[in-house]
Design a protein around this ligand. Structure first.
Ligand SMILES: Cc1ncc(C[n+]2csc(CCOP(=O)(O)OP(=O)(O)O)c2C)c(N)n1
Ligand SMILES: [Mg+2]
Length: 662
């Protein structure tokens, strides 16, 4: 997955040369760049070298004056106050600097929004954005920028873009980049860097960002010239969204962004060396079709790659035409409608009993776009023990990595499913079988649904159960509502008790399991799909990690509903302590957390508290009706645990339905 472009090596050589006193490519000398850096971080914006200072100040003034209004509105006001309006300008300004070339490359790539936080080394890029046809969303923390961009990328299907300064700005992005890497989310991160002649000198706010992010990016680049930096950014954007999606990063030294560029950047496109496999090997497709046709208990396992590859329609057509039951992975939630007769919901550690039983008993598993994460498989030796495995994936590196593939089908999920579909009639004929053979298996799957229903108790004298709240909100919301979450028990309840019917409606942190993902992700999702309802289920611990982003939701007047399933604990840890550490609840109880409803009000959002069953419908309705961000501090039963549960590394067929079964 990791690739550092040759540019980084060249840049390293350039940096070495420049420490000996050479000047940069740019028109600005190194000493000028360095003094800009100091000035900006010291707060003297007027000294910022490449910026049109009056405009910058005007933006700040506009924001302060109004106190409300989106950031984009503030910028428009500022421009109108100035001598020249955007509309009055005749055509786009010619590209003169590296930073302008970056802005043009992003426009050319189709980017519409950028999420970021300002800072010294990235100021020239921000300045170029002032004139660009892109909307910048200032976030409160760079981690929020990365998660918002990640969710934006997941909802739109094209890379979300985040922007940060060097040093702490870049390191604050790291969690979000790692998150995107684990979940193959399309994300482009742009980071400021100290001028190239300072690289390696422990300069102010210098971090080896390319080095730090090498293992968590699909590719990363160190830009080394104003002339080519726009091309590099365009390529990084295309790469983040092409083939197996993932995060890319371009590190942008300040002398490069202020350096001259007197040409338009190239059309953003995938680098020549990068090949996207499309159709799978025809012979293997025929063999895989025969394996399915001769199976008696076939099962489809639909992963996140089905969403990424826009293959849900093909998957649904394939499953329904042949009557094959479908289990999803957790990232694959929504790739097949959960209210469909053939859907067994999602499998894995906290998946449904019936999904795990189906996986444990299938004789032919058609797995599409999944990397067989250990939370899905449990112990590999007990995973789908009787199955021949057909694995469809765009990334050959995933095939037989965790689970041996008997029929590897490398290619684009929708195309491979089409190929497979086309091969089925011949396969049934040559095997002398038909879909009627699957009938008994479907019945058996339905028996498991009856036998292991998703249940919870609601004794009136117990505090509110989180599952009830999730179900109530699901029933009230439209089908296409986007749900985001933090990480922990609440995430499991949100995925177990909400009924997902469409791809890109469940936006969560899977592989990395990042607490704090939910709120910034809801912001990114709402900006990507302003007409779609967005709900965030958060935990009290998770919400505390990125609460500051509520200020962004208020400023942008984003109509999102945050439901904090508040158990005054980092509940998932508490659950494990109770089960595996003799109830020694070390550092997991959070009775000290703030009143989230009041906190929300302090940010300017709507704050609501919820404790009783009888208030659930009204409070949720009030939160949804509020025109802007609302936070429901929902006090749930602190003793509630997540079941079913397959013990870590265990057998999926041996799931516990209560603690004493673990
Ligand atoms: C950034 C981060 N730190 C620590 C963890 C470990 N962890 C996993 S779940 C969890 C509990 C989360 O608490 P909360 O958000 O309140 O959710 P709950 O389980 O109570 O629903 C913790 C601490 C994590 N996943 N992410
Ligand atoms: Mg909690």
């Amino acid at each position: 997955m990791v690739r550092v472009s040759e540019r980084s090596e060249r840049a390293g050589a350039d940096a070495d040369a420049r420490t000996d006193g050479e000047t940069t490519d740019g028109e600005v000398t190194n000493s000028e760049v360095a003094s800009d850096e100091t000035a900006a971080d010291g707060g003297t914006v007027a000294d910022a070298g490449a910026g049109t200072t009056t405009e910058t100040e005007a933006v700040a003034d506009a924001g302060t004056e109004t106190g409300t209004g989106t950031e984009a509105e503030s910028r428009e006001t500022a421009v109108e106050d100035g001598a020249e309006t955007l509309a009055e300008r005749s055509g786009p300004k010619p590209v003169e600097t590296g930073a302008e070339s970056i802005a043009r490359a992003l426009e050319g790539a189709g980017a519409k929004h950028i999420f970021g936080v300002q800072g010294g080394a990235i100021m020239p890029v921000y300045d170029a954005l002032y004139d660009a046809a892109l909307t910048h969303v200032t976030m409160a923390h760079e981690q929020g920028a990365a998660h918002a961009a990640d969710a934006y990328g997941q909802v739109t299907g094209t890379p979300g873009v985040c922007l940060a300064t060097s040093g702490p700005g870049a390191t604050n992005l790291v969690t979000g980049i790692a998150d995107a890497d684990m979940d193959s989310d399309p994300l482009l991160a742009l980071t400021g860097q100290v001028p190239t002649n300072f690289v390696g000198n422990d300069a102010f706010q210098e971090t080896d960002t390319v080095g730090v992010t090498r293992p968590i990016t699909k590719a990363n680049y160190f830009a080394d010239s104003g002339e080519t930096v726009g091309d590099v950014v365009g390529e990084a954007f295309a790469l983040a969204g092409g083939g197996r999606q993932g995060p890319t990063l371009v590190d942008l030294p300040k002398d490069v962004t202020v350096g001259s560029a007197d040409r338009e950047p190239d059309e953003p496109e995938l680098p020549e060396y990068y090949e996207v496999p499309e159709e799978a090997d025809a012979e293997t497709v025929t063999e895989a079709a025969r394996a399915l046709a001769s199976a008696e208990q076939p099962l489809i396992l639909s992963g996140g790659g089905v969403t990424k590859g826009e293959a849900s329609a093909e998957l649904r057509a394939f499953a329904t035409e042949h009557g094959i039951p479908v289990v999803t992975t957790m990232p694959g939630i929504g790739t097949f409608p959960e209210d469909h007769d053939l859907c067994l919901s999602w499998a894995g550690m906290h998946g449904t009993g019936y999904a795990n039983m189906a996986i444990s008993h299938t004789d032919c598993l058609l797995a599409v776009g999944t990397r067989f994460d250990d939370r899905l498989t449990g112990g590999i030796e007990t995973f789908a023990p009787d199955a021949e495995v057909i694995h469809v994936d765009i990334d050959p590196a995933e095939v037989s990595k965790n689970v041996h593939a008997d029929y590897p089908l490398i290619g684009d999920a929708s195309q491979v499913l089409d190929q497979l579909s086309g091969a089925m009639a011949d396969a049934f004929e040559s095997e002398g079988t038909s879909t009627a053979e699957y009938e008994a298996w479907r019945e058996r799957c339905l028996e498991w649904v009856e036998e292991y229903p998703m249940e919870y108790a609601t004794p009136e004298d117990d505090p509110l159960k989180p599952q009830f709240v999730v179900e109530a909100l699901c029933e009230a919301c439209p089908d296409d509502t986007i749900v985001t979450s933090g990480v922990g028990q609440h995430q499991m309840w949100a995925s177990q008790y909400w009924t997902y019917r469409h791809p890109r409606t469940w936006i969560s942190s899977h592989g990395l399991g990042t607490m704090g993902y939910g709120l910034p992700a809801a912001i990114g999702a709402k900006i990507a799909a302003p007409d779609t309802e967005v709900v965030c289920f958060d935990g009290d611990g998770s919400f505390l990690m990125t609460t500051q982003e509520l200020s962004v939701a208020v400023r942008e007047n984003l109509d999102i509903t945050v439901v904090v399933l508040n158990n005054e604990a980092i509940g998932m840890v508490r659950q494990w302590q109770d089960a595996f550490f003799e109830r020694r609840r070390m550092a997991s109880m959070y009775p000290w957390i703030p009143d989230f409803a009041k906190l929300a009000e302090a940010f300017g959002a709507k704050g609501l508290a919820l404790r009783e069953y009888e208030d659930v419908a009204d409070v949720l309705a009030e939160a949804r009706e509020y025109d802007g961000p609302s936070v429901v501090d929902c006090h749930i039963d602190p003793a509630e645990n997540v079941y079913p549960m397959v013990a870590s590394g265990g057998d999926n067929a041996c799931f516990a339905l209560s603690e004493d079964q673990l």
